[in-house]
Design a protein around this ligand. Structure first.
Ligand SMILES: Nc1ncnc2c1ncn2[C@@H]1O[C@H](COP(=O)(O)OP(=O)(O)OP(=O)(O)O)[C@@H](O)[C@H]1O
Length: 649
C-alpha cells in the first residue's frame, strides 16, 4: 500500500538522521569531548544498589569531577552504563533509564534479573543512549497494519486513510441523550459525536477551550457503555496529566509505562506499584528468590565435576526453570486481575506495547495531543482498538522531526490532520477560557476562521483592576513594541548558529521592570504565591539563554523572579500565564525570518497570555512576511502599537 510504504520510508529516513545526530554526538566523539559536551559521565562511583519491584535494579551513581560541569541527562532518558577496565578486554555495557538526576548524582533503573559482575570492578562510566526501541515498535506497527488479516484492523485502517467513510450512530440510536451540565454547547456536541462514532471521532481544541475537560467527560460517559478504555498521548507529561484529571473525576485508572518515566505523584497508580501492593506479591517475590537461589547454587559447580554433581546441577537448573515459570504464571494472574478491574488504562502511544498490555484489546482508544503525534506511533494503540477518539489542534505545534527530508516528505502530517481533511468528522470547541478577546482575536482570524469566542469570565479581564489604570497603556491586553529603525541588529551564536538580539532583550527587561513595579504598587496581593504568573518566550534558544542570564543578574527582579518563566515556544505548549512577553529576535535588512515562518509555532506563543501580551520585534523585518503583516495590521486596528524609542536613552 503506497501510503504505508512511503510512511515506512520516511520513518527510516528520520531514524537514520536521529541516529546520525546521536552518533556525531556520541560515537564519533572521544570520551573527553563527550564529557565536555555533557553527554557522558566518567568516571562514576556506585553509591548504593537496591532491588525494585519486578525485575528492576536501581543503582545510584556519583560523578567524580573537579569542575562544575553542566550535562544533558534528564529523568526518563535511556543511558548505557559501561566498564572501561582494561582487564575486561572488551567494553561491557548495560542499558537503563534515569529515575533521578542532579548536577553530580543520578539513579538509574536497570531491567535485568541480575547485575553483571563487572559492575563491581573497574572504572564505570555512563553514556546517553540512542533510543532505537521506539523506532522499532513504530516500524513494526505500520507493517502489521499493512499485513493484518483482522477484519476490524482492515476496516479501521481504510477509514483512517480515507478509503471508507466513517460511520456514526444516529442521535436517536444513542442509549440516552447525554448532555453534561458543566460543559458548554460545543463541548457537549464533541462528546455526543464521540458517543455516536463507530470508527473515529475528533475533538479539535484550540487554545484554552477545555480539550482535556471535554475528553475526561467523554471518557466517563463512554464508560457507561464500555467496560474499559485505553487513554494515550505522545508524551509522558500529557499522559500523567490525563491520569490525574481522570482520577480526580473518580475514574479508576492504571498507569502503564516505565516507572522511571512516570510522575512521582502517580507512582501509586502505576501498574508496577499496584502489583507490589497485591496480596500475592509476597509469594511472587519468594518464588523469584527461590528460583534465583537454585540458579546460583547450580552455577557454583565448576568445570571438573563427576556424574553425580552433573545430575544435581541439572536438577537445580530444572527446579529454577520450573519456579521461573510459576513466577511468570503468578505475575500474569496478578496483572490480569488488576487490569480486569480498572476502568481506564493510560499509557504513551509507544508505551502501549508494554509487555503487560501488549495483547490486550480495547473497545476505544483516546489519543490526546494528536496534533503532535507521529502517524506510525498512533498505529501502535490503534492496532488493539475497535475505534478511536483523537483530540488535539493541528494549528499548534506539529510533531518534532529531526530530518529535514522526512519532514518535507510528509512525516509532519499527523493522522489527526489527515482524518480531518478526508473525513470531516471533527467538532471544534469554540469557547476559550483563557485570553482577553484582544489577545485571542488575531489567532482566531488566522487559524480558526473567526469561530472562537471568549468566555464571559475572560472576555475583558485585565491585569489591573484599579480604576485609575483602566485607560492606561500598561493595562492594555496587547502591546507591540517596534524596534524598527533602532539599529537592533540580530546576532548569531557562533557554536550553535542560533540567533539572539541583546538590544531587544534590553527593551524587554526595561518594560518588564516598569510593569512589575506598577504591579507591586497597585496590586501587592498579586505577588503573593500562586496569584500571578509571567512567561517570557523566544523562538530562539540563544535569546532564551541570553534573557535568562540578564534576568538572573538584575537586582530589581528578585521579587517577581519566582513567577517569571523564560523558555522557548515548545517549553510553553499547553501552558498559560497572566502576562506573556515574546521576543521575536529577527532584525535584518533582507527580511529573513527563519524559524518565525513556522506560523503554527507562533500561534502557540501568541495564545499563552491570559491578561496581557507584549510582543517585541522589528516591523521592518517581520512585515515582509504576509502572516506578520496581518499581525501588524491587527496591532494598528486595536491601537496596540508602541515604538521602542520610548525606552531608549
Ligand atoms: N465548560 C466550561 N466552563 C467553564 N470553564 C471551563 C469549561 N471548560 C473548560 N473550562 C476551563 O478552561 C480551562 C482550560 O481547560 P482544560 O484544562 O480542560 O483545557 P486544556 O485542554 O488542558 O487546555 P487547552 O484548551 O489549552 O488545550 C480550565 O481552567 C477549565 O476549568
Amino acid at each position: 500500500m503506497q501510503h504505508f510504504d512511503k510512511l515506512l520510508e520516511l520513518l527510516n529516513i528520520e531514524k537514520e538522521e536521529d541516529q546520525r545526530q546521536y552518533q556525531n554526538q556520541m560515537v564519533l566523539t572521544p570520551l573527553s569531548e563527550r564529557k565536555k559536551k555533557g553527554v557522558s559521565w566518567y568516571p562514576v562511583t556506585v553509591k548504593s544498589t537496591e532491588i525494585g519491584t519486578g525485575e528492576n535494579y536501581y543503582i545510584s551513581f556519583e560523578r567524580v569531577t573537579e569542575l562544575r560541569q553542566n550535562h544533558s541527562f534528564q529523568v526518563g532518558d535511556m543511558v548505557s552504563l559501561f566498564n572501561n577496565s582494561s582487564k575486561q578486554g572488551k567494553k561491557s555495557s548495560i542499558s537503563g533509564v534515569i529515575t533521578y538526576v542532579k548536577r553530580d548524582a543520578m539513579r538509574v533503573a536497570f531491567s535485568v534479573d541480575e547485575l553483571p559482575e563487572w559492575v563491581e570492578y573497574g572504572t564505570l562510566g555512563i553514556d546517553l543512549l540512542f533510543d532505537a526501541v521506539t523506532y522499532k515498535e513504530m516500524d513494526a506497527a505500520v507493517r502489521k497494519v499493512v499485513s493484518s488479516e483482522d477484519p476490524r484492523v482492515i476496516e479501521l485502517r481504510d477509514v483512517l486513510i480515507g478509503k471508507k467513510k466513517a460511520r456514526f450512530l444516529d442521535k436517536s440510536e444513542l442509549p440516552d441523550y447525554y448532555e453534561v451540565a458543566t460543559l458548554n454547547e460545543s463541548q457537549n456536541e464533541a462528546v455526543q459525536n464521540i458517543l455516536r462514532a463507530q470508527d473515529v471521532a475528533i475533538i479539535h481544541g484550540p487554545p484554552g477551550t477545555g480539550k482535556t475537560t471535554t475528553m475526561v467527560a467523554a471518557v466517563k460517559l463512554t464508560l457507561q457503555q464500555e467496560k474499559q478504555v485505553l487513554v494515550t498521548a505522545p508524551s509522558n507529561t500529557a499522559v500523567d496529566l490525563l491520569t490525574k484529571r481522570l482520577l480526580a473525576k473518580g475514574v479508576s485508572v492504571i498507569r502503564v509505562g516505565n516507572p522511571a518515566r512516570v510522575n512521582e505523584d502517580l507512582i501509586p497508580f502505576s501498574l508496577e506499584s499496584q502489583i507490589a501492593q497485591h496480596p500475592d506479591y509476597k509469594l511472587l517475590k519468594k518464588i523469584r528468590r527461590d528460583a534465583d537461589e537454585y540458579k546460583k547454587m547450580a552455577a557454583k559447580y565448576k568445570r571438573n565435576f563427576g556424574k553425580e554433581e552433573r545430575e544435581q546441577r541439572k536438577l537445580m537448573f530444572a527446579e529454577a526453570s520450573k519456579l521461573k515459570h510459576e513466577a511468570y504464571a503468578l505475575e500474569k494472574y496478578i496483572v490480569d486481575s488488576l487490569l480486569n478491574n480498572t476502568q481506564v488504562v493510560t499509557a504513551t502511544l509507544v508505551g502501549s506495547v508494554n509487555k503487560f498490555i501488549r495483547y490486550r484489546r480495547f473497545s476505544t482508544v483516546f489519543i490526546d495531543e494528536a496534533g503532535q503525534a507521529l502517524e506510525p506511533a498512533c498505529w501502535i494503540p490503534l492496532l488493539k482498538s475497535e475505534r478511536v477518539v483523537f483530540a488535539g489542534d493541528h494549528c499548534q505545534l506539529p510533531p518534532t522531526i529531526k530530518s529535514f527530508d522526512a519532514a518535507k516528505g510528509g512525516l509532519t502530517e499527523t493522522l489527526f490532520e489527515q482524518v480531518i481533511k478526508k473525513q470531516a468528522v471533527d467538532v471544534m470547541l469554540k469557547t476559550q477560557y483563557r485570553m482577553h478577546e484582544h489577545i485571542m482575536q488575531f489567532s482566531n482570524k488566522e487559524f480558526y476562521q473567526g469561530e472562537l469566542l471568549a468566555a464571559d469570565t475572560v472576555v475583558n479581564h485585565r491585569l489591573f483592576a484599579h480604576a485609575d489604570l483602566q485607560g492606561e497603556m500598561i493595562n492594555q491586553p496587547v502591546e507591540f513594541i517596534d524596534t524598527a529603525g533602532c539599529g537592533f541588529e540580530e546576532k548569531t551564536m557562533a557554536e550553535t548558529g542560533s540567533k539572539y538580539n541583546p538590544d531587544e532583550a534590553g527593551i524587554l527587561l526595561k518594560h518588564w521592570i516598569q510593569l512589575a513595579t506598577q504591579l507591586q504598587l497597585a496590586e501587592p496581593d498579586m505577588l503573593k504565591e500562586g496569584w500571578f504568573s509571567a512567561g517570557i518566550i523566544s523562538p530562539y534558544q540563544a535569546q532564551v539563554k541570553h534573557l535568562k542570564e540578564l534576568f538572573a543578574e538584575h537586582p530589581d527582579l528578585t521579587e517577581v523572579a519566582p513567577w517569571t518563566d523564560i523558555n522557548s515556544i515548545d517549553g510553553f505548549q499547553g501552558q498559560e500565564r497572566d502576562v506573556v512577553y515574546i521576543s521575536m529576535v529577527r532584525s535584518n535588512d533582507k527580511g529573513k525570518i527563519g524559524f518565525l515562518e513556522d506560523t503554527r509555532r507562533m500561534n502557540v506563543a501568541l495564545t499563552r497570555a491570559r491578561k496581557k501580551l507584549v510582543v517585541i520585534g522589528d516591523s521592518g523585518t517581520l512585515g515582509q512576511n504576509a502572516f506578520y503583516q496581518h499581525f501588524l495590521d491587527y496591532i494598528d486596528s486595536i491601537g496596540a502599537y508602541r515604538s521602542a524609542w520610548e525606552w531608549m536613552g
